[in-house]
Write a protein that binds this ligand. Structure first.
Ligand SMILES: [Fe+2]
Ligand SMILES: [Fe+2]
Length: 175
């Protein structure tokens, strides 16, 4: 029974490798515009690049373990927030109408399509990662994985930031 479970989920047998992950995303990471995401804050103290890398790596691991298209998940995850502006300061959203939460997947996809060759899954991952805020339903399992990991990483980033903020307040004001 255990053998069947192990082979089904491939969780214990084939641990994901850092080299394989790097190979999936290295061309993206070498691009200066992907590097520029380091300069934008996403949540709390976390930059958009750090956030996107966390989402990308977590999605890669999940998809690898469950026999899904891990390469597209890693690449789509890395580019899912490739909107390239500080959404806290710049409210123009590059001419798009609507709130950042709704328009940024389209902006990210347009940017990504300008600079990289994307497959159908990667496009769907980027375009639908804010579902259900953006109405159309994700088409691929990998899109759901990235969506889940995006929420998971966001929650972690906000919680860490709140903790450090509380610590700083305690240090400054003694409560
Ligand atoms: Fe996003
Ligand atoms: Fe995100």
């Amino acid at each position: 029974m255990l053998k069947i479970i192990k082979s089904k989920f491939n969780w214990f047998i084939d641990p994901p490798s850092e080299e394989e992950y790097e190979e999936c995303v290295s061309d993206l990471l070498d691009h200066k515009l992907v590097g520029s995401m380091r300069g934008f804050i996403q949540h709390g103290n976390t930059s958009t690049l750090e956030h996107s890398l966390s989402v990308s790596y977590a999605s890669y691991r999940f998809c690898k373990n469950f026999g899904l298209d891990f390469r597209s998940a890693a690449r789509g995850g890395l580019l899912h927030d490739f909107f390239l502006y500080d959404w806290h300061a710049d409210k123009s959203y590059k001419g798009y109408k609507g709130r950042h939460g709704i328009v940024h997947p389209r902006i990210a996809l347009n940017n990504a399509e300008k600079h990289f060759e994307l497959n159908k899954t990667e496009k769907d991952i980027i375009k639908k990662h804010m579902w259900p805020l953006t109405l159309s339903l994700p088409r691929f399992k990998e899109s759901f994985v990235v969506l889940m990991m995006d929420n998971y990483c966001t929650l972690g980033e906000i919680m860490i930031w709140r903790k450090s903020l509380k610590k700083r307040i305690k240090l400054l004001f003694g409560f």
